[in-house]
Design a protein around this ligand. Structure first.
Ligand code: SAM
Length: 156
């Protein structure tokens, strides 16, 4: 397994958990070209932070990272979470939400909430096909999980 993140402390969590079968890659996903192909690509709580103007290139990298017949599994918070966000606004059509750190600093971060079918429709022209399912949204803290393949891949 290969785990990629732009934050070294985040990757160090893997060593702290004693996971020995994981290679780590410290890289900026917006400037990363996959060096090989994997049977599956998984990203958790990442896609919502991908701005529209980097979206297609990012999915191009996902495409390049995926072996024939491979699956892309995506998990992110469900749009219902917007009810409990502190502050949501748009700047030049970029959806932003406010995050406050314990030390008082605050940042507006890109946060695009995807409905299950909305994401499928967005990535279909990029060559992907699949489905998304909402889970546990009743209390406002739910998720959406997508299972996506290349549209042209033969799944039989
Ligand atoms: C909301 S966290 C999710 C972390 C982890 N995937 C999880 O599910 O717990 C978003 C992650 O994206 C990473 N990140 C932000 N910008 C990045 C970039 N340009 N390239 C790679 N990773 C990035 C952050 O370091 C952070 O670990």
């Amino acid at each position: 397994m290969t785990a990629l993140d732009g934050s070294k402390p985040m990757l160090e969590q893997i060593a702290h958990r004693g996971l020995s079968n994981v290679n780590t890659v410290h890289a900026d996903l917006f400037n990363w070209n996959p060096p090989t192909e994997w049977d599956a690509v998984f990203f958790a709580h990442w896609l919502a932070h991908v701005p529209e103007d980097r979206f297609d290139r990012f999915w191009g990298a996902v495409d390049g990272a995926l072996a024939p017949g491979g699956h892309v599994i995506v998990i992110d918070v469900a749009p219902e979470e917007q009810r409990i966000e502190e502050h949501i606004h748009e700047h030049e059509s970029i959806p932003l939400t406010r995050r406050r750190l314990r030390d008082g600093r605050q940042y507006d971060v890109v946060k695009k909430y995807w409905e299950p079918e909305e994401l499928i429709e967005r990535i279909r022209p990029l060559g992907f096909e699949g489905a998304g399912t909402k889970i546990g949204t009743e209390d406002g803290f739910g998720f959406v999980v997508w299972d996506v393949v290349r549209g042209s891949d033969d799944q039989s």
